[in-house]
Design a protein around this ligand. Structure first.
Ligand code: C2O
Ligand code: CU
Ligand code: CU
Length: 543
């Protein structure tokens, strides 16, 4: 209790960093032992493990939500992540319709009622945020609604969003990064008619040929336990990076496929790592189709060979394996890119002395921008041909009418080793950003030149990208048109990566049907940046 008070004081008074004493503090009661064991195929020579695929119960299990209330118990447990060793882990446990789940993949229909209770069985404060959902401020999981250990929080709202892969995660005041790192996150899928039409056109089956891929990078100690870098300066500035990539909590995953089309719904659930995803065979990248982004399907498929995916972002991909033969392998990789930290480092004039470049950030030997394998695909079986060409029209993306919209300038900078939005740091009681309900705004989010890429995210409202200016060449070369937008910028977004020196203009429509003023957030989804204060209250006021 004393320590908690001190830490809250420390954070509130601007010292920011989370105490190193938090490392490995989670209880180690045997809980999920063996659930992710090696029951399926034997590991091959380079010790790949079968990708864990969510079933209809258990870890990440698909939970079809009906009218009855879902209770999510946030609790401390252990989980076998690497080398089948138990690691401290945090989960949302649920029992629903007779089945037990950990971090369930919650599936809801658009327009339905969502009733859930968070039961905080941790020994520290927490709250759940529904990332990407349009809902009243009090249902949003803003850190001001953080509840103490033992308490409950009830959520009730109508699911208004279009179909898409949203997600939920802790937004505990000052503890978001660490709690999310230790496990408190899950997928929330919204479905509607567009989704059903696509599945039937391509004969896709969730959990078989349509797979959610939750990608996270983690750091482990020699005992195979998750390690979090605590209050190191590197971590506070750059974010937590890990050298072990987990897909659906599986290290070095391998997925056995057939010669057909697959749909991968990818969520970057990492604290701070950005990926540049590509399918590679024999050293050559293969084309794939981008069909959706954060908040659902694009109007049509866009062919791509690489896509950037920052923390919080999602991308919906179709990969066609119909021309591959049995035994052929394809790697889903993150390709090398320029993390653009060099300018920033030199700009800081050696203030971070003792660090040799960016190597080893947050204790990781895998630098931001390094190339690595995410998952191996191997064709193990031939099947009868099935549809492999996606429909030319996937959905309707109605453009936001921006005539008469006011432009808001938002700067992302660093001062005295802190990341700031418009020169400010998070203060629970101040409201530096205010918008009026039922108006449209254009936000020019401008990242400083001496900076790092920041994935920026407003709560409560999806938005559309209008243009990108001064993009670095590695981004500009992926532009679809003169506006500088990328394929992933052409649908509805809720998180947008802004590169050093770049300005991204987004359009946001604050139309809502909620009573009174609503309090949301606008923050960087590099979770260490957010906890350290790269976050502002955003109030949407009644006109
Ligand atoms: Cu996933 Cu406040 O966000
Ligand atoms: Cu969010
Ligand atoms: Cu950031």
């Amino acid at each position: 209790m004393q320590r908690r008070k001190f830490l809250q004081y420390a954070a509130a008074s601007g010292l920011g960093a989370i105490g190193a004493g938090y490392l490995y503090r989670y209880a180690t009661n045997a809980g999920l032992n063996g659930i992710l064991g090696t029951a399926a195929a034997a590991p091959d020579a380079v010790s790949h493990k079968p990708l864990f695929i969510p079933g209809n119960s258990g870890p990440l299990g698909i939970l079809d939500m009906s009218d009855s209330r879902l209770t999510l118990n946030a609790r401390s447990t252990t989980f076998p992540l690497v080398q089948d060793k138990q690691s401290p882990f945090l989960t949302y446990d649920a029992k629903y319709a007779g089945k037990a789940y950990q971090n369930p993949t919650i599936r809801v229909q658009r327009g339905s009622q969502f009733n859930a209770r968070l039961q905080n069985d941790l020994d520290e404060p927490t709250i759940i945020h529904w990332h990407g959902l349009h809902l009243p401020g009090v249902m949003d999981g803003h850190p001001r609604t953080t509840i103490p250990a033992g308490a409950q929080y009830d959520y009730a709202f109508t699911v208004a969003n279009r179909s898409g892969m949203y997600w939920y995660h802790t937004h505990s005041h000052n503890l978001t990064a660490e709690q999310a790192y230790f496990g408190l996150a899950g997928i929330l899928m919204v479905e509607d008619e567009d989704e059903i039409a696509l599945r039937s056109a391509l004969q896709l089956e969730l959990g078989v040929t349509e797979l959610p891929l939750l990608i996270q990078d983690k750091q482990f100690n020699s005992a195979g336990e998750l390690a979090y870098a605590g209050n190191s300066m590197q971590q506070t500035m750059m974010g937590q990076l890990g050298d072990t990539i987990l897909v659906n909590l599986t290290p070095q995953p391998q997925l056995d496929i057939t010669n057909r089309l697959y749909r991968f719904r990818v969520l970057n659930g990492s604290n701070s790592r950005i990926y540049k995803l590509a399918f590679v065979r024999g050293g050559k990248t293969l084309p794939y189709a981008i069909i959706g982004t954060d908040a659902g399907l694009l109007d049509r498929p866009y062919t791509a060979q690489e896509v950037f995916l920052a923390p919080g972002e999602r991308v919906d991909l179709l990969f066609d394996a119909s021309r591959l033969g049995v035994g052929e392998e394809v790697l889903l990789k993150s390709l090398a890119f320029d993390a653009m930290e060099a300018d920033m480092m030199s700009g800081m004039g050696g203030m971070m002395g003792g660090m040799s470049g960016m190597e080893g950030m947050g204790g990781s030997s895998l630098a931001l921008g390094a190339e690595f394998e995410v998952m191996k695909l191997i064709v193990t079986r031939r099947i009868q041909a099935v549809a492999s060409v996606p429909p030319s029209k996937l959905s309707t993306v109605m453009r936001i009418d921006t005539r008469g919209a006011t432009v808001r300038n938002i700067s992302l900078t660093m001062q005295r080793m802190r990341w700031l939005i418009n020169g400010e740091s998070f203060n629970m009681d101040s409201f530096p950003m205010q918008s009026r309900s039922n108006t449209v705004e254009l936000w020019d989010i401008q990242n400083a030149r001496m900076s790092m890429p920041h994935p920026m995210h407003p709560h409560g409202f999806s938005f559309q990208v209008v243009n990108r200016r001064n993009s670095p060449s590695q981004v500009r070369k992926l532009a679809q048109d003169a506006s500088g937008r990328l394929a992933t910028d052409l649908g509805w977004k809720d998180t947008i990566l802004v590169w050093p020196g770049e300005t991204v203009r987004v359009a946001i429509d604050f139309t809502n049907e909620f009573a009174g003023d609503q309090i949301y957030l606008f923050h960087c989804h590099n979770l260490e940046h957010a906890d350290q204060g790269m976050m502002l209250n955003h109030r949407v006021t009644v006109a």
